[in-house]
Design a protein around this ligand. Sequence first.
Ligand code: ADP
Ligand code: ASP
Ligand code: MG
Length: 418
Amino acid sequence: MPLLVMKFGGTSVADLARIKNAAGKVKREVERGYDVIVIVSAMSGKTNELVGWVEGTSPLYDAREYDAVVSSGENVTAGLMALTLQEMDVPARSWQGWQVPIQTTSAHAAARFVDIPRANIDAKFAEGFKVAVVAGFQGVSPEGRITTLGRGGSDTTAVAFAAAFAAERCDIYTDVDGVYTTDPRITSKARKLDRIAFEEMLELASLGAKVLQTRSVELAMRYKVRLRVLSSFEDTDENSGTLVCDEDEIMESKVVSGVAYSRDEAKMTLVRVEDRPGIAAAIFGPLADAGVNVDMIVQNISETDAPGDKRAYTDMTFSCPTNQVVRARKAIEAARDEGKFVYADLVTDSDVAKLSVVGIGMRSHAGVAARMFSALAAENVNIKVITTSEIKISVLIDRKYMELAVQALHDAFELEKA
Ligand code: ADP
Ligand code: ASP
Ligand code: MG
């Protein structure tokens, strides 16, 4: 029997009417002859509420209990979806992660798949069930504890199931009708892409475009999963939405194909740390140990301090998510107290955003950075940190200019034109 994976995000299962709407789409695929694995998210807003409850109970919480609480949203929707399908005469059974069992690492809140054994679900299909509704975002650790995959993780559950069950396609149903040149909520000029290359989608996702979780794109690329993003609120067919595919399946691509942003960034600077071999390791080792996701790093030119002082000093700047600033500060202060380094000041700017342009065409085209910087200059937006890689350029700017800057870059690279 051919098999499809269909994933419904939070807004697509936000209430009973929407679950019914999603179930209708599943039923249609069953009628076309498919067995279906449905991956569901928690109802929209639910996961945030659960996270809030955990943080309200215990600021430095035990990650195992965080996962126990936060995974529960998906359990509710999985059961409700199975019930809704049964009401429509579609034989369906729900699955929590441990029942499959979806085996993951024990990195709580950031777990990775180890194995998805097919036997239990295959046995249910063999009994005549047509749909397996699997709770997204969760799994079980080798210690037998419930784990979660990181925010947006149901996308990754969907792709992993598509790979494990050799699905014909992995369809990600969401509240937009595809992947756009930038977040359509930021500019109405955003244009839907019919196709996007895995590598570009990977960069856009990791730079903040939350339409797909980064890890889901990585898995789809590795296991050659046919991955599609489409609307759960519209009538759709095999050609709807955006196909994420290999570069050579795309006829023509522009130099820049999209603009991504990440709103909740913070910039931290260690002022006047001694500039000597090993200083970067001394700073970033403890940050990594504390689980801080350091992103951009800039080390300023070195200066000697005073005549007679032979030591050189530098400023070391890095960025991390705003909700990790407290943890980062603690890690740095603890390392300083242990005598790993000294600095004059630790300055935090929590009001920055990261803005990136992405495109595989950048590999062969010069001048993208210059065009980006002049578009920002024309809007009087100051750039605080710059990083580049083969197919992307990112800058940190004041958060208050973020929307304006996204629009300016979208215009500068003429992304509204096909
Ligand atoms: P779901 O709950 O279905 O997983 P998400 O909220 O995680 O949905 O992702 C969909 C959202 O991603 C859209 O509503 C849109 O605002 C946002 N988004 C950001 N960048 C893009 C982009 N380039 N293309 C499409 N959507 C994007
Ligand atoms: N419910 C989880 C979240 O909001 C996982 C997901 O929806 O993909 O992050
Ligand atoms: Mg999502």
